[in-house]
Write a protein that binds this ligand. Structure first.
Ligand code: GDR
Length: 333
């Protein structure tokens, strides 16, 4: 039985990956930090076979202890402060966790090492935010980086550190440059889920409007459940490498609104959306569109869920859970 250790186990991708790997017959361990972490119960319910191990990306000894305890075949480093807007307010903490956390996890893997004939394989969650103010469209593995937020800068550090450990210590360390990936488990702070959840509440008469920031930026949105398969495929290759994971399609926030409101049975979204400058960012990433040719050819990976299916899946899930909450008489938010 293969053993995998996942950091960021309580996040959207950690939850998908834990279930995906369990389905492949892995014994899955999730790194969890903090006393009485409120999300621990949720992940334990979702993945009953999952083992939680204590550790913190700010604390190298705890990471070494976790890797020693688990003796993993594969480590997936998904833990990060991942909300771009927050990274402007907590830039130092973002550098500490999203950036230096990668270095610490790599050190733990290097120090513990694994069996001589079966060294630990490492996956780093790199991000399309590294392309930032894009130098070319679509973006591929060779496109230069130009990050636009403390989050993007920290991810570039993590990306190059992963490359450096691969080259310097011969680690099987790969990075997935994942473009935005969404789904019903996406946090409510991210724009897609904020829209589908608010729309469900509008439909049920629980809310009047959605306050949003910049509607003109464009993103390459895929389904998170599809993307965790690409992470796993990277670690099954003989050679470690970096891969863009994306759909190759891009849509503006306006287009997301149009599709979502149409699915919910509205002709026009504009009366329901107001602009709130609090959601504008000091520097914006205007357009992302990934070229995942390498993942398609080398990993034989391709996304399965289309843009429209993704929006529908998220809206229907939010409608069902908001309806259930309303029926249970939970207080209005
Ligand atoms: P992003 O995701 O920054 O691309 O990073 P997010 O959904 O937060 O923003 C996407 C775009 O929507 C615009 N926007 C708003 N965003 C939020 N969150 N809230 C709003 O009200 C709003 N209004 C407009 C933003 O300005 C932006 O242009 C995500 C994260 O998951 C990262 O961790 C990951 O690395 C990248 O995707 C790939």
């Amino acid at each position: 039985m293969k053993r995998a250790l996942i950091t960021g186990i309580t996040g959207q991708d950690g939850r998908h990956l834990a279930q995906f790997l369990a389905g492949k017959g892995y014994q899955v361990f999730g790194l969890i930090h903090g006393q009485a972490n409120p999300k621990a119960q949720l992940v334990a319910e979702e993945s009953p076979a999952l083992d939680l191990v204590e550790g913190d990306l700010r604390d190298l000894p705890s990471l070494i202890a976790a890797v020693e305890q688990v003796q993993p075949d594969e480590v997936y480093n998904l833990g990060a402060i991942s909300f771009v807007q927050l990274s402007f307010k907590q830039a130092e903490l973002t550098a500490e966790i999203t950036g230096l956390g990668v270095l610490r996890m790599l050190e733990a893997v290097r120090i513990v090492g694994g069996m001589e004939n079966n060294p630990i394989r490492f996956y780093q969650a790199s991000s399309s935010e590294m392309f930032g103010k894009v130098r070319e469209t679509p973006q591929n593995e060779g496109t230069p980086f130009h990050p636009r937020s403390p989050y993007g800068v920290a991810k570039v550090f993590g990306h190059y550190t992963t490359m450096n450990y691969r080259e310097a210590y011969d680690l099987h360390a790969s990075s997935g440059i994942l473009f935005n990936h969404e789904g019903p488990r996406r946090g409510l702070e991210f724009v897609t889920r904020k829209i589908t959840n608010s729309l469900a509440r509008i439909k049920l008469g629980l809310q009047d409007r959605i306050s949003l920031g910049n509607l003109d930026s464009a993103r390459d949105w895929g389904y998170a459940g599809d993307y965790v398969e690409a992470m796993w495929l990277m670690l099954q290759q003989d050679e470690p490498d970096d891969y863009v994971v994306a759909t190759g399609e891009t849509h503006t926030i306006r287009e997301f609104l149009e599709v979502a409101f149409r699915i919910a049975g509205y002709d026009d979204w504009e009366p329901y959306v107001t602009h709130d400058t609090r959601f504008d960012r000091p520097a914006e990433v205007d357009l992302l569109m990934g070229d995942a040719t390498k993942a398609r050819t080398k990993l034989r990976w391709k996304p399965k869920v289309s843009f429209e299916e993704l929006v529908r899946m998220m809206y229907e899930s939010d409608l069902a859970s908001e309806q259930a909450n309303a029926e249970r008489g939970l207080p209005r938010r």
